[in-house]
Design a protein around this ligand. Structure first.
Ligand SMILES: Cc1cc2nc3c(=O)[nH]c(=O)nc-3n(C[C@H](O)[C@H](O)[C@H](O)COP(=O)(O)OP(=O)(O)OC[C@H]3O[C@@H](n4cnc5c(N)ncnc54)[C@H](O)[C@@H]3O)c2cc1C
Length: 380
């Protein structure tokens, strides 16, 4: 019959680690299963920087931002680690939503002010601005390589079992729980069968594969998940004296934006340079069959962008990064429960800032405390 567990969390990336922390804090017995080792670079949660960009106006996200500020604080207190560097964030370009964002953030008690391009250029000379700039001082950079071990360490300290190098190769959904077949390093004959009252599935780019292949998955309906291989790059800092906020640059129409693939996001990564990247423009991939190699035309276009808009970097000296986005058609997350399965997926390129809040929502769904906001429903 194998081991019977309470809650298994499948996937030890950002969201699974946060769910394990949130459940362990509520005294639930949690087992976190991760197919790769700690700190692996094969999913979406590696590296030392992610923007905590408050640039949202929809009420559900604005509420999650405010809660996120408090929960990242709590995690910093609990872990004794600095996880959020408050460098501020600037969003600029002809984006009609900036005024909505400013109103929504100030309404929620978060700071947001418009600056003239000259003012912004004076403060941040590494970036070129040509029109409206929204400055959000509460924003900054989060550090995944410190945050994930902190979530897992604190969850383990409260009794959670954290199992790396353990891949769920089969999932069966039953009325009263789930049965999992695990491929675990060191397991007697290579596989092990466990059952659990419920599973929290936070498998990132592997979610659709795992769930659509599951016995009993006929009951599961959720938006299509598109996995892309994204390729931002770290550019060498050319102006050591420049101060860097996180930044997002929205394109408009016309020759100025010729050759752009999407909005550009970026930030300073201490010790590695200035990260800049296209958002969600990478090729669709199977997460188990990736090249990890940058697509050269896109990379060249990113260098052109840096030459024009990032005077503070050396556009010819760069290191490409490879990472996956898992996106739904409407770019909203999936946070929902179907029978014994709780799903946390579709975090695209904007999920990390919400990680502890997603953990809280997944724990609420797993403990039946409260539903997730409707915009995240799997049946939308
Ligand atoms: C280049 C890039 C830049 C980004 N920038 C930002 C940013 O500036 N701000 C922001 O807020 N967000 C950003 N994001 C988004 C953010 O990083 C992701 O949304 C987030 O990390 C997703 O976490 P996850 O836990 O869903 O996925 P993952 O980290 O991929 O975790 C899924 C885990 O599940 C494991 N797994 C899968 N299948 C199995 C199985 N069968 N058995 C066991 N384990 C399994 C995988 O190995 C993996 O570790 C960025 C993402 C990328 C790629």
């Amino acid at each position: 019959m194998g081991t019977i567990l309470d809650t298994v969390v499948i996937g030890g990336g950002a969201m699974g680690s946060a769910a394990a922390w949130a459940l362990a804090r509520r005294g639930r017995q949690v087992t976190l299963l991760e197919q790769f080792g700690p700190g692996h670079h094969i999913g979406a949660s590696h590296g030392t920087t992610r923007n905590f960009n408050p640039g949202y106006h929809r009420p559900e996200y604005v509420a999650m931002l405010a809660e996120g500020v408090a929960l990242w604080d709590e995690l910093e207190q609990d872990s004794g680690e600095q996880l959020l560097a408050r460098t501020g964030i600037v969003n600029h370009g002809p984006d009609p939503q900036l005024a909505l964002i400013q109103a929504a953030l100030t309404g929620a008690g978060l700071q947001a002010e418009f600056l003239r391009p000259e003012e912004a250029a004076e403060r941040w000379r590494g970036i070129r601005f040509d029109q409206q700039v929204l400055h959000m001082p509460d924003g900054g950079q989060l550090n995944p390589e410190a945050a994930l071990p902190a979530f897992q360490r604190l969850a383990a300290a409260r009794g959670a079992e954290i199992r790396h190098h353990t891949r769920v190769v089969d999932l069966a959904i039953m009325d009263d729980g789930v049965r999992l077949t695990l491929e675990a390093e060191g397991a007697a004959n290579g596989t092990e069968v466990v059952t659990a009252a419920q599973a929290v599935v936070t498998a990132g780019g592997w979610t659709e594969k795992l769930l659509s292949g599951a016995a009993g998955s006929g009951k599961l309906r959720f938006p299509r998940l598109r996995v892309t291989q994204e390729q931002p790059a770290h550019f060498r800092v050319a102006d050591e004296g420049a101060v860097w906020p996180g930044f997002n640059h929205m394109p408009g129409t016309g020759p100025t934006y010729k050759g752009w693939y999407s909005p550009v996001y970026g930030m300073r990564t201490p010790g590695e340079g200035i990260k800049a990247g296209w958002h969600g423009a990478g090729p669709e991939v199977d997460p188990d069959r990736r090249s990890f190699l940058p697509e050269p035309v896109q990379l060249a276009a990113l260098q052109d962008y840096a030459r024009t808009w990032l005077p503070g970097v050396d556009a010819d000296s760069l290191e490409a990064i490879s990472c996956t986005y898992t996106s739904t058609p409407d770019e909203d997350f999936i946070l929902d429960r179907i029978g014994p399965v709780v799903i946390g997926a579709g975090f695209s390129g904007h999920g990390f800032k919400f990680t502890p809040v997603v953990g809280r929502i997944l724990a609420d769904l797993a403990t039946g405390t409260r539903p997730a906001p409707q915009i995240f429903s799997a049946s939308r």
